[in-house]
Design a protein around this ligand. Structure first.
Ligand SMILES: [Zn+2]
Length: 365
């Protein structure tokens, strides 16, 4: 919400472009909602209150509706969507007016691919979607696309690794970290919000803490932050949180733990322990988290996470598109019965641990 005038405006005639009458107003301040009229002039809020004598070119009846500032979707993978589909209806229709992209170690920029995007960068699109070798070029593309939502971008650690390393199943060398830092610094100079990691994923899990510590050092100078998809959301979640806090402390920047959750049936019920650890860390440094508003989760297909303790649904598969929407257990049963999968490989029923494109989702029941 920008400027508005709450002074007594009822005594004199005013005009504005748009007048929303009798709306349930949640203004984002934390105050109790009120029913009010809202006047908009020149793209700004001109007045809020009982605006009975105001005139407007457009008058809207807000009875029974809620008016609030736009929502910020802090955890998205909309990096290329904001350019490919700038109307962004899926977000705008839910009231989202700002998206934070570049989460979980994967970002559309700065990226120079050598082939197919490494897992899970393929969530952002195929190789043709990655045409931003510098952050400045990404900023220019956003400027040209003029998406209907604001965009704030993180730079992904896995994206930087992919730019500088021949293999991602090892630690980066000192020289490679220098190269990654240079690209991160270029991005920060052009307005990047910070650095993200996805240390649980196969293409980042072999990055030791020291690699991220060194990479994160330029952040503070730019007032940037560190967001992380933890190395583990399963039994080792507290250890992974400690690693995140250590990185934030070393870099002297705020830490956001992405989609904080206790994953795996044997880990359910530990939320109070996890939140206590977050509150404890908060005494010494800036920490926060985001979380899903639903009891399910999605990821790329990873054998380490495959279990029969809850349903896993394959949402899409490039080699076997006909399996999209099916439960992994159904596909496995069909495989056992010898039902052909309309292809030579039966990848979903015997998934490889990483580096491919199937996705699955599991539901917490
Ligand atoms: Zn993630």
């Amino acid at each position: 919400m920008t400027t508005f005038d709450t002074s007594d405006v009822s005594s004199s005639a005013h005009s504005c472009d748009t007048l929303i009458r009798n709306v349930f107003l949640v203004d984002g301040s934390g105050n109790d909602p009120v029913v009010a009229d809202v006047a908009i002039a020149g793209g700004r809020i001109a007045a809020i209150g009982a605006l009975g004598d105001w005139q407007a070119q457009q008058v809207m009846d807000g009875t029974g509706k809620v008016l609030s500032p736009g929502f910020i979707d802090v955890h998205t993978h909309d990096d290329t969507n904001v350019i490919r589909m700038p109307d962004m209806f899926p977000k705008l229709s839910q009231g989202v007016t700002t998206v934070v992209v570049g989460n979980c170690g994967i970002s559309a920029s700065p990226v120079t691919l050598k082939g197919d995007p490494p897992d899970p960068m393929n969530l952002l699109g195929q190789s043709t979607a990655f045409s931003y070798p510098t952050f400045a070029s990404y900023v220019a593309a956003i400027g040209a696309a003029r998406p209907s939502v604001n965009v704030a971008a993180l730079v992904g650690h896995t994206a930087l690794r992919s730019n500088h390393m021949d293999r991602l199943d090892r630690a980066a060398s000192d020289a490679e970290i220098v190269g990654m830092r240079e690209q991160l610094t270029e991005a920060l100079e052009h307005g990047a919000l910070g650095l993200s990691t996805g240390l649980a994923y196969g293409n980042a899990i072999n990055a030791p803490t020291g690699e991220v510590l060194a990479l994160a050092e330029p952040l503070a100078e730019y007032g940037a932050m560190y967001a992380t998809h933890l190395r583990s959301e399963f039994a080792d979640i507290l250890v992974a949180m400690d690693e995140a806090f250590r990185i934030g402390k070393h870099a002297r920047v705020p830490v956001v733990i992405s989609h904080l959750k206790c994953a795996g049936v044997e880990n359910w019920g530990r939320s109070s322990e996890v939140l206590a650890a977050l509150e404890q860390a908060e005494k010494h440094q800036h920490v926060g988290c985001d979380c899903y508003p639903y009891t399910a989760s999605s990821s790329t297909l990873d054998l380490k996470q495959v279990t029969d303790t809850y349903p896993i649904q394959v949402t899409w598969s490039e080699p076997h598109p006909e399996q999209g929407g099916k439960l992994l257990s159904e596909i496995a049963d069909a495989g056992r019965r010898g039902v052909p999968l309309h292809g030579r490989r039966r990848r979903q029923s015997h998934p490889e641990p990483s580096g491919h494109r199937d996705r699955f989702r599991w539901t917490a029941e």
